[in-house]
Design a protein around this ligand. Structure first.
Ligand code: SAM
Length: 171
């Protein structure tokens, strides 16, 4: 019995460490925006049902689930944290949108974003510098990018929500 409790404790500690450490290694906490901020960002991108949205660093999947549930989008999340990915899969199942939500465990700098109609990113200005070139190279014409809390240097801002700090860009 003691061995069982010991193994369970080790398992829980490992999950907790993975949950906190992986996002920290990537320099960002897995903190989500408030729902109304996510909704506003998605509305600004003028989504049409059936389009494909990518969330770069999708955390626990809140953006993906709202995109699929409220806007009828196919939502793809790329997230470094394995625990965050597992939580996203469970949340998508619980919300009945698992067929429209796909979560890839990995580094979004290594994924090609050519299929995205909309890209959502809630990151920092360091990522803005790296992403502006990647997005410019990979996105198709007409794709929209919404960034929360950071800008894409070198891109023309199509709309800026000053109150919520949301930037909209169009390729
Ligand atoms: C601030 S959270 C945003 C979560 C989600 N997009 C939202 O708004 O609810 C940023 C997430 O990006 C992830 N992340 C940071 N850099 C990454 C990278 N290069 N590849 C994949 N995920 C990354 C972190 O693990 C963290 O969960």
């Amino acid at each position: 019995m003691q061995i069982l409790f010991g193994a369970l404790a080790v398992f829980i500690i490992m999950i907790a460490l993975l949950w906190v450490l992986v996002p920290a290694i990537y320099g960002l906490p897995p903190v989500s925006s408030r729902d109304e901020r996510i909704r506003r960002a998605l509305e600004l991108a003028n989504p049409r049902a059936g389009e494909t949205l990518y969330d770069l660093g999708s955390g626990h999947g809140r953006v993906l689930i709202m995109a699929a549930k409220e806007f009828g989008l196919n939502a793809v999340g790329i997230e470094a944290g394995p625990v965050q990915c597992a939580v996203s899969w469970i949340n998508a199942l619980r919300n009945g949108v698992s067929s429209n939500v796909h979560v890839e465990a990995g580094n979004f700098y290594k994924s090609n974003l050519k299929d995205a109609d909309i890209v959502f990113a809630y990151l920092t200005s360091d990522h803005g510098n790296r992403l502006q070139e990647k997005l410019g190279r990979e996105l198709k014409p007409g794709a929209r990018v919404v960034t929360v809390s950071f800008e894409l240097p070198g891109w023309n801002i199509d709309f800026f929500d000053r109150e919520q700090l949301i930037y909209l860009y169009k390729k």
